[in-house]
Design a binder for this molecule. Sequence first.
Ligand code: PLP
Length: 400
Amino acid sequence: MTSPPSFEALRAREAAHFLPVASRLPVALVEGRGSRVRDIGGREYVDLTAGWGVCCIGHCHPELVEAIREQAGRLMQTTNLFYTLPQLDVVDRLAALTPAEVTRTFLVSSGAEAMEGALKLAHRATGRTKYVSTRNSFHGRTLGALQVIGQAKHRDPYAALLREPSVVPFDDLDAARRAVDRDTAAFVVEPVQGEGGVNVPGAGYLAGLRELCDANGALLLLDEIQTGIGRTGRMFAFEHEGVTPDVMTLGKGLGGGFPVAGFLCTEKVAATVSLGDQGGTYAGNPLAAAAVNAVLRVVSEEKLAERAAALGTRIEQRLRGFAAEHPALVADVRGRGLLLGMELRGTDAAATLSRRAIERGVLVNVTAGTVMRLFPALNIPEDDLWPALDTLLDLVRSQG
Ligand SMILES: Cc1ncc(COP(=O)(O)O)c(C=O)c1O
């Protein structure tokens, strides 16, 4: 048996030919099953990152693998010049899952692309050009998404290509009221900010935004790319507040690992588009659609949103207990369902946590500098979860 390549060898290959934009951890993954992944040397890890919240039904769920395999052997690609049944099944399924007013779906390949489509819809529907968004938000890295992103580090290098942004503090209705006017096409917001540090708004925020948008003829555009498909304990995070968006975006968990995303809208918004307004070679591709159908089936059949709610509550309790015991180490615990954040006080401890966790067989992400973010598979076995969590808390404690 040949031994796996060293990290020096991998790093050298990366340095030679990969665009130097990724800061990687020293793990090369080769396979995953459920909530466990294995590296090139055969070492196993419990994965609390789930491919950035994507693998909502776990790595390589047999039903997802089989659906992709079956569709790949049947018809991998055509275009929207023709009908395909998997695509129609997806739009039917999503219409059944979303509020009655949200009737239309268009599938694309990435979250950022879904945001582009959604932003275009808002312009089409209102004829307006101003978008109001929130500080620390993340919506993707394409130019349209950067127009509304609330993180200067992503936006500033391209500011010359963008219009003056209108960005207000998250969870601040008064600030939103001052910014939204009759020039506003849409208020763009994540129901829970993910990349921005797992920030959950207070009760009434989304409902207040809904009212504000209605009063100004603006659209409420909800980015559910990270929060959708059961992640927060409901199929979509806006359900916690009973709010209905005019336009919404989905990605990540939608394909369970297959690169697919989508944007959805009400009949009223859909009535404003023209033929050819949206498109794409891979838009609604049958292989991607087969993946989405399998994911939505599994999430419903295995009641994974409900599981995320119940398990998330128990994890949050555990984190809160730890925070109460270690106020010098933990600044805050927050989140919803299986999108949870524990804000650490020590920036050094946070910066090294992911690296130290690898040595102990756990993959975890730290976002916004100091927030240990947990967004595991919604079906993570408890036998994987609790020991991994104990390991992380042990690591946090040992840095105190
Ligand atoms: C809320 C949100 N919107 C949009 C995106 C962009 O999605 P993608 O990376 O698939 O383009 C992300 C990705 O992290 C996200 O979390």
